[in-house]
Each structure stands twice: as structure tokens, then as C-alpha cells.
Design a protein. Structure first.
Ligand code: SF4
Ligand code: MG
Length: 324
């Protein structure tokens, strides 16, 4: 991913009719985001809601077109390829899993049809018998019984429904899965089961994941690399061990302090301080400065660039100046 940016025109139509001049109100959902994910690894993107994580996810699989920048998958420019005859082959290799399996599974379809849809769409099975056999195999792979294939989504629990989504995503034998908050709608105990399933599948099939979560405890469990986003920008990118042991960016530190510690259950925990500013009107300079305990005059005036310091990429004047 190189210098990815995406804006959305969010001007209200009624406002445009009332005013003679059409003011365009642009939301910079993602701005200048760059990272790489090595094959077979998991990069997690974390940040509070509205920070642009889901937009990055959709840009990566081609659901959104970028305003600027490039996404390369195995050497191929994703957005250029999607306009060509190779698009189908590329789509087969990248799949997406969404947060809410209620919304992403058609309630009127039986599980067999849900899981079979990508197989049919990509012409991956010869006949009905082969289709049934493949659907059964996919259901077994995600820990469901093939006997359940004639049931409907509402007959399953939330965790089982997410397993159905995973089976559907695996149907085309993808190499890269973009998982947008895949366990956030589930109970904590069920979350762990689904995360473990995803890790097992990764090992078995050599899958590469982009894993999106607002929950650092979940990220710690699944990731190799962690990217922290704030108001559309990457503010820190580090390998997991380093990020959790030695967070550099003040926002990363704030997020880490807000994770409940096992030994401190029942005690008050440090809440994430302050509100995320309106993304339509982000603060100047470093966008984090109104919430940052280390902000100074330079922070208010000048946006820090992402720089590599001690093997970690971080966008913070105070870190770059050695103040913190
Ligand atoms: Fe805080 Fe300044 Fe660093 Fe921004 S650049 S995170 S305001 S110290
Ligand atoms: Mg989201």
C-alpha cells in the first residue's frame, strides 16, 4: 500500500440547492497511508471508530477506488487490474470478512447456497455433487457440521454465523483476507474461539490477513505487525512485540493504557481521554494535539511526517525530537 488516500464528498444536497455556489465538503477518510504486509503474516490496523480503518479495508479489496495512491497485491496494481480481464482472478485471491454476519449473510438463503455462491460465481465446481462435497468440506474446515447446510442463518448463533462467513470467504481459496472487526459483535468467549479458528486457518493455508479492530487485546492475540490510525492517518507502525512493550506515539500509549489488565479487573482503568474531533474539520498541525499531553507550539502548527525511528515508524514531533 503506497500513499493511499480517499476523500468522500459529503456536501448535503439540500445545502447545495439553497446556496448558489456549491461548496464541496470533503471528508479525508484516509490520507497518505503506506504499509506492506508480508505473505503469511497479519497486519492489524487499530484506532477508534471513524479513524479510516474500514475505508482502508475497502480500498484494499477494491470496493472503493482511491483518490490517490496505489495498492499492489503480489506485484499487481489492484485498482488497475480490476478494470481488466484479470479482475475475476484477482477477486478470487482476495476476500473480505465483515463485522456483522447478520448483515452480510442473506437471511433467505440456506447455508449451502451462501457458501456455494462464490464457487458458482467463479465457476469452481463441475456439478451439483462436487458443489455439495466442497460446501461440506468448507463447513467442516470452520468447525460446523455439514448436516447444517440446509439451515438458514437465523438458526445459528453469532459465532456460528461468523464461521459461515469465513467458510464463504475461503470458498475461492484466497491468499489474502481482509477482516473488518470480524469478532467485535461476538461475546468475549466466542471471540476467542473464532480468533483461534482464524489463526489455525492461517497456518494451514498460509493466509495473509489485514485485521481491523478497535480492540488492542484482540490485536495482541492475532497480529504480527500493528498499524495505529488516527483521523485517517497512520501514526505508528511497528511489530507487535515492540508496539506493546515500547509504544512510542502518545496516542498508542493512550490506547494501551485503556486496555483492562487481568489482574486489575474491578479497578478503575484509565479511559481513553478526550473525544475524537470531527473528521470533517480536523485540528491543524498534528491532529492529535488537542488530546495530547506532550503537545507544544510546533505540534499545533506543523503536521508530523511518519519517520522511521529505531525500526518503528512513528509520526510525532516529540518522539522525533527525543522529548519523550
Ligand atoms: Fe503529541 Fe505533538 Fe506528538 Fe502530536 S506531534 S502526538 S501533539 S507530541
Ligand atoms: Mg469500521
Amino acid at each position: 500500500v503506497h500513499d493511499l488516500a480517499r476523500t468522500f464528498d459529503v456536501s448535503a444536497p439540500w445545502l447545495n440547492r439553497v446556496l448558489e455556489r456549491k461548496p464541496r465538503q470533503l471528508l479525508h477518510a484516509v490520507d497518505g497511508v503506506s504499509f506492506e504486509i508480508a505473505r503469511g503474516q497479519t497486519l492489524a490496523l487499530v484506532g477508534e471508530s471513524g479513524c479510516g480503518k474500514s475505508t482502508v479495508a475497502r480500498l484494499l479489496v477494491g470496493l472503493y477506488a482511491p483518490t490517490r495512491g496505489q495498492v499492489r497485491f503480489d506485484g499487481q496494481d489492484v485498482h488497475a487490474t480490476l478494470a481488466t480481464r484479470q479482475a475475476r482472478a484477482l477477486r478470487r485471491r482476495m476476500q473480505m470478512i465483515f463485522q456483522d454476519p447478520y448483515a452480510s449473510l442473506n437471511p433467505r438463503w440456506r447455508v449451502q447456497d451462501i457458501v456455494a455462491e462464490p464457487l458458482r460465481e467463479h465457476g469452481l465446481v463441475r456439478d451439483r455433487a462436487a458443489l455439495r462435497e466442497r460446501v461440506a468440506e468448507l463447513l467442516r474446515a470452520v468447525g460446523l457440521s455439514p448436516h447444517d447446510m440446509t439451515k438458514y442463518p437465523h438458526q445459528f448463533s453469532g459465532g456460528q454465523r461468523q464461521r459461515i462467513s469465513i467458510a464463504r470467504a475461503l470458498a475461492t481459496q484466497p491468499q489474502f483476507l481482509v477482516c473488518d472487526e470480524p469478532t467485535s459483535a461476538l461475546d468475549v468467549s466466542v471471540q476467542a474461539q473464532v480468533l483461534n479458528l482464524m489463526k489455525d486457518l492461517q497456518r494451514q493455508h498460509g493466509l495473509t490477513y489485514l485485521f481491523i479492530s478497535h480492540n488492542l487485546a484482540v490485536v495482541r492475540h492475532v497480529s504480527d505487525q500493528v498499524g495505529v490510525m488516527y483521523l485517517g492517518r497512520l501514526v505508528e507502525l511497528a511489530d507487535k512485540r515492540t508496539l506493546f512493550a515500547q509504544p512510542r506515539h502518545p496516542y498508542t500509549r493512550m490506547l494501551l493504557e485503556a486496555i483492562p489488565k487481568l489482574h486489575a479487573i474491578g479497578q478503575a482503568r484509565t479511559p481513553v481521554q478526550g473525544e475524537v474531533p470531527n473528521p470533517l474539520n480536523p485540528p491543524g498541525g498534528c491532529a492529535f494535539h488537542p488530546r495530547c499531553p506532550h503537545a507544544d507550539a510546533r505540534c499545533k502548527a506543523e503536521r508530523p511526517a511518519l519517520q522511521t525511528i529505531g525500526g518503528v515508524r512513528v509520526a510525532c514531533h516529540a518522539v522525533q525530537e527525543g522529548r519523550i
